[in-house]
Design a protein around this ligand. Structure first.
Ligand SMILES: [Zn+2]
Length: 233
């Protein structure tokens, strides 16, 4: 029995009836309080990661900082599925931006969404697939054409270097040939996970029209640039 799924469903139902602590700041309020929700208002932007000389680009709905971190963390790993409605707009905004960009470039015909699978142990622990669950709230369904290759580790808890090693070539695409995909994920950090998904889809004969993530971890040099441009007249 998937008890984690049962617990998540109960938490969601209880949250409808009772005030709970905010998933972002812990205030005794709604699932996500007004102040934290203000930090979840989407601001989609195109971000770039250099992956071994190749530019990986993705649309991100939010920067992964401030209230975004605890709310998304509580949703993904704390069983706080009641925080989902507060996260959906940012994912919707990044998908929308990515689809517009793709349509402009290559036409929008036949584009499907593709999410990246969690490890079986992560799915068991959570009881749900975080990104697919957000998509369901938008009446969207992602194609499940990516499968993890047996033996790889969950990315959570690995440092950046270990993630890079772990993430290269850990996915395989099945039945993806001749199809067009927009890859959708929750958080973009180094881009290793998205790069692995893109590589698996392309080597499976699919066309990848773009990537969309809920939030992006700003790189230090982006931070620096933003700060210095904010300080300059
Ligand atoms: Zn809050």
């Amino acid at each position: 029995m998937r008890f984690a799924a049962v617990r998540a469903a109960v938490a969601e139902a209880v949250a409808l009836a009772l005030p709970v602590s905010c998933a972002g700041c812990g205030a005794f309020d709604r699932a996500v309080c007004r102040a934290c929700r203000a930090e979840l208002v989407p601001a989609p932007r195109l971000v770039v990661r250099d992956r071994a000389g190749t530019a990986l680009t993705a649309w991100a709905g939010l920067a992964y900082r401030g209230a975004v971190r605890p709310v998304l963390g509580a949703y993904k790993d704390g069983g706080r599925t009641d925080a989902a409605p507060a996260l959906v707009p940012a994912l919707a905004a990044s998908i929308d931006a990515a689809l517009r960009a793709a349509a402009h470039r290559t036409g929008s015909a036949g584009i499907e969404l593709c999410t990246i699978p969690s490890t079986p142990s992560a799915i068991r622990a959570r009881g749900y697939r975080p990104v697919d669950r957000l998509l369901a709230r938008l009446d969207l369904r992602a194609a499940r054409v990516l499968r993890p290759i047996a033996g790889h580790l969950d990315q959570a808890g690995l440092d950046a270097e270990a993630r890079r090693r772990n993430a290269s070539g850990w996915l395989r695409a099945r039945g993806a040939g001749g199809r067009r995909f927009l890859v959708v994920d929750d958080v973009l950090t180094t881009g290793a996970t998205l790069a692995a998904a893109v590589a698996a889809l392309e080597s499976g004969g699919a066309e990848v029209v773009g990537c969309a993530v809920l939030a992006e971890t700003p790189l230090h040099r982006d931070e620096h640039r933003r700060r210095s441009s904010a300080n300059s007249p």
